[in-house]
Design a protein around this ligand. Structure first.
Ligand SMILES: Cc1cc2nc3c(=O)[nH]c(=O)nc-3n(C[C@H](O)[C@H](O)[C@H](O)COP(=O)(O)OP(=O)(O)OC[C@H]3O[C@@H](n4cnc5c(N)ncnc54)[C@H](O)[C@@H]3O)c2cc1C
Length: 405
């Protein structure tokens, strides 16, 4: 007989204990993926706490583009591994994450942007990531609806094509990781805000919540846009500034494009979902704030830039618009690992506008660090101490948001 309702719960509601081996602050995609991979390594006395509902932060607001065509060797190797994990994730979690590998085009409109894209193509190919330069003819074949007419201020003169890039169903990834983590023993506690972090003699010993104090051997902050507020509880200043990022979708239209397209010069990216909606996003708003309100000004500017590529969209109706918080670092790369002078405290942050695609490899790596005490090679370049040592990982040219500053 057709089973209309799932009998099994995704995760159980359990009473909060006063001690765990690991407390993870933030039940977004990063907190939950870390809990999942910890479970696989046998670390199961874990609580994931969130001040809101599960996956309600940046993970609920992402446009969920997955790709590995970054610029630096450190970035390409890291995101290449994450893309590989995404390819097997539905099977791994036994949950349909709806990963559509529709490919990705990064457009170039000027000599300097083509130079940057070529550099990425070379590095991508050297490191085994499928991406190469294409000209207007191939762009038109891939996206027949795109407007390549001459006479524009920013003509499309080439693009970086990355066929394995795609889009995933963000809620499904969050739920899949949450269910997977809970099945292995982790507890998930929504609406449980961390209000303070306790420490003794340079060692973090737990957290405080309105429901009481919790002790832990390890506390991980996986709070993305709120990372600085958590760090402040420890008198720690992070090289992170929180900016809002906005996006909108149109009503569903008949399929007219399969590939996702981004243009750093036009400050915009566009793709069509399997349901037909056109998703349009761009770079972060230029002011720091913790407000998650969207604005008419950004809607107008994003829409204007999208119309440069697809003028016929001028008649499409906007269904909804939203904003989320992005924890931006000066080098557009993440921050993962220990914090010098604070034993028992780890951070996974600096996820900016690019963090959803990183969740599988970041969660797996942080879990390995917690379980073994050793920092995996893949995340070694992304330590917080790189800012003190002056060893930045400059991904600015590969993050679409970069162009807006
Ligand atoms: C509009 C938009 C589009 C984006 N598009 C893409 C994209 O196409 N591809 C991509 O890879 N990335 C994209 N991103 C970025 C991506 O969404 C984020 O980097 C990612 O979701 C961060 O996940 P997270 O788990 O680290 O943080 P979040 O999902 O933000 O989770 C952090 C959680 O911490 C909780 N928290 C905060 N403070 C406390 C506290 N004191 N106590 C308890 N809990 C607390 C919050 O409630 C929140 O649920 C986009 C972001 C936005 C806003």
């Amino acid at each position: 007989m057709l089973q209309l309702f799932r009998k099994e719960r995704m995760w159980e509601k359990r009473p909060l204990k006063d001690r765990y081996d690991v407390v993870i602050i933030g039940a977004g995609v990063h907190g939950l993926s870390t809990a999942y991979y910890l479970g696989k390594l046998g670390v199961t006395n874990v609580a994931v706490l969130d001040k809101g509902y599960i996956g309600g932060g940046g993970s609920a607001r992402t446009t969920a583009i997955i790709r590995a065509n970054y610029l630096t060797s450190q970035g390409v190797l890291f995101f290449r591994e994450s893309l590989k994990l995404y390819e097997g994730l539905a099977k791994e979690l036994d949950f349909n994450i709806m990963f559509s590998q529709l490919g990705r085009l990064d457009l170039g409109h000027t000599d300097s942007s083509i130079f940057g894209l070529r550099q990425r193509a070379e590095i991508n190919q050297l490191l085994g990531v499928d991406s190469r330069m294409v000209g207007p003819k191939e762009i038109k074949e891939l996206v027949p609806a795109i407007d390549l007419r001459e006479g524009k201020t920013l003509p499309i003169i080439g693009a970086l094509h990355h066929p394995p890039g795609g889009v995933v169903r963000h809620d499904a990834v969050v739920w899949g990781y949450g269910r997977g983590a809970a099945r292995q023993g982790a507890e998930i506690h929504p609406f449980t805000e961390v209000t303070a972090i306790t420490q003794e003699n340079g060692r973090v010993t737990g957290v405080e919540t309105p429901d009481g104090r919790i002790e832990a051997d390890t506390v991980l902050s996986a709070t993305a846009g709120w990372s600085s507020t958590i760090a402040k509880m420890l008198d720690l200043e992070l090289p992170i500034v929180t900016h809002p990022l906005q996006a909108f979708v149109t009503e569903p239209l008949k399929p007219f494009m399969r590939t996702s397209i981004s243009s750093a010069n036009l400050h915009v990216y566009v793709y069509q979902t399997d349901r037909g909606e056109v998703v349009v996003g761009g770079g972060v708003d230029p002011y720091p704030t913790y407000s998650q309100r969207s604005t008419l000004q950004t809607l107008e500017s994003l829409a204007g830039h999208a119309l440069e590529m697809f003028p016929f969209l001028g008649r499409a109706k906007v269904l909804r618009q939203w904003a989320g918080l992005c924890d931006m670092t000066p080098d557009y790369a993440p921050v993962m690992g220990r914090v010098d002078g604070l034993d028992g405290f780890l951070i996974t942050a600096g996820w900016g506008t690019w963090g959803f695609k990183a969740a599988p490899v970041a969660g797996r790596s942080i879990a390995e660090l917690i379980a073994t005490g050793k920092t995996p090679d893949l995340i070694e370049p992304f330590g917080l101490d790189r800012f003190r040592k002056g060893k930045l990982v400059n991904e600015r040219a590969a993050a679409p948001a970069a162009a807006i500053h």
